[in-house]
Design a protein around this ligand. Sequence first.
Ligand code: ADP
Ligand code: MG
Length: 263
Amino acid sequence: RVAYERDKSLTRHHFEEGEHPIVRIEHLNKTFTDTPVLRDVNLDVWNGEIVVVLGPSGSGKSTMLRCINLLETPTAGHILIEDKEITGTKKTDVNMLRRDLGMVFQGFNLFPHMTALENVMVGQVKVLKKPKDEARAEAMKQLEAVGLADRADYKPPQLSGGQQQRVAIARAVAMHPKVILFDEPTSALDPELVRDVLNVMRDLALHSGMTMIVVTHEMGFARDVADRVVFMEGGVVVEQGLPEEVFDHPKTQRTKEFLGNIR
Ligand code: ADP
Ligand code: MG
């Protein structure tokens, strides 16, 4: 077992003494055929914490997120959600797990033939078995929160990429997951649309109390919003800490080089 990471200087988030992390990654390894992609990753994420994961392309960021919701099967190691191990056991109900873990991808993965409202309703009705009225009210509330109440009846092809991504975020939030995983949610967007999506994520981070793990290259967002920044390279967590520490006083040469290149 790995000791809980209780170093309060690593995060802006306040956690209680004795509190257990909501997500715990222990000695996680993932190998594709013969290529190790994650190598002994250890990471605790606290309830309500905003963790931003940085790192060059190919460093294993997506694979780590995909292991958390079992879109990938870890080769070795353990992942626990609220102290319940989800790895190495056939008992994990993957559908239950994914209801607890929201995911927002680079591509928006909306149903193209459904309206924005229906897209935000469908998981609530089919997975959570909510009555339609309730699901519709919740969907409208979440579309309002992302600034798209007036687009509720539009279908994805009639929306901009940024609007589609905001619908995808509303859809994830409407399920009230324990944790939302974001995998480069703005990378596919034209620059002028990025800001609106980041503003929605910022709002969520600052006001919802939701636990968020965000893979992004948006350094301004990371600096302002992250409680903790985690830098990965070569399948390893190279460095982590407060955003101002990691950005202004990176401890490793690799972090320095990465931040230097991206600026
Ligand atoms: P990142 O998200 O940081 O760019 P990824 O997690 O997508 O990195 O990928 C890490 C490494 O794993 C890359 O070298 C990638 O080519 C490899 N990889 C990812 N998925 C697969 C797969 N399904 N099969 C084989 N290799 C993969
Ligand atoms: Mg990726």
